[in-house]
Design a protein around this ligand. Structure first.
Ligand code: ADP
Length: 265
């Protein structure tokens, strides 16, 4: 029997990075998330799947308090990252969002140079003391975004001049530049062509070595390709959560089965 206190030699134990308990979200009278409880691993990719409107993005946005910016939105329950309650009054949402970075559906580089897109976060958070240190952060982040080789000779060119796939990798580089621990991705490939999608998926696989990655996707194939754990949402409920391989081959709940076989959604 599996003994969590005594794992087999050589088997790494994943650490729980995020713990959500009893999370409820309302937009005015709309009850968008209903009593969600989940523990999300560090150094792994967790996918949120489910039919459109089931609450995937809403729940993702709870994890870095992006919902704070939506006036009608009310979040209840408890969310901890490394044991710290991120809704505690003492937590500064700006600092939190540096620690819990986000990448959106549509690549959204700032109307600035490639260099400044990446340097922006480290500058406002005071992560570099000298220009040389900032250069180093920018290079390291662009390498982590798997785009350094494509842009190293034109760092002063505008980020908006890159292709869609390059812009998305630039946005990933920008998100990792503030040294986050968690990366939230809301359908990061939905605006990309198949080749750019494959590049971003490959990058997500590398990012899991250093970050806890949570990705919302409408593509079950993508969830199966990139994630280790999958959470299936339906009508605001977290219906099922487990190993991706188990969710896709042997789901326990009939609603999950209906969704993955294409009967709902
Ligand atoms: P998904 O990401 O699974 O498509 P969402 O989280 O976007 O689902 O939406 C969940 C529910 O919350 C839906 O009923 C949607 O209409 C509602 N909703 C989402 N965003 C807002 C918002 N900004 N204002 C009001 N209702 C919203």
């Amino acid at each position: 029997m599996y003994d969590a206190a005594n794992p087999k030699p050589g088997v790494s134990r994943l650490h729980n990075k995020i713990k959500a308990q009893g999370v409820q979200v309302h937009y005015g009278d709309t009850h968008a998330i209903r009593d969600v409880n989940i523990e999300i691993d560090d150094k792994a990719v967790t996918a949120f799947i489910g039919p459109s409107g089931c609450g995937k993005s809403t729940f993702l946005r709870c994890l870095n308090r992006m919902n704070d910016t939506i006036e009608s939105c009310r979040v209840q329950g408890k969310i901890q990252i490394d044991g710290e309650d991120i809704y505690d009054k003492r937590v500064d949402p700006v600092q939190l969002r540096a620690k819990v970075g986000m990448v959106f559906q549509k690549p959204n580089p700032f109307p600035k140079s490639i260099y400044d897109n990446v340097a922006y976060g480290p500058r406002i958070h005071g992560l570099a003391r000298t220009k040389a240190e900032l250069d180093e952060i920018v290079e390291k982040s662009l390498r982590r975004g798997a785009i350094w080789d494509e842009v190293k000779d034109r760092l002063n060119a505008p980020g908006t001049g890159l292709s869609g796939g390059q812009q998305q990798r630039l946005c990933i580089a920008r998100a990792v530049a503030t040294q986050p621990e968690v990366l939230l991705m809301d359908e990061p490939c939905s605006a990309l062509d198949p080749i750019a999608t494959a590049q971003v998926e490959e990058l997500i696989d590398e990012l899991k070595q250093n970050f806890s990655v949570v990705i919302v996707t409408h593509s079950m194939q993508q969830a199966a390709r990139v994630s280790q754990k999958t959470a299936f949402f339906h009508l605001g409920n977290l219906v099922e959560f487990g190993e991706t391989s188990q969710i896709f081959t042997n789901p326990e709940d009939s609603r999950t089965e209906s969704y993955i076989t294409g009967r709902i959604g």
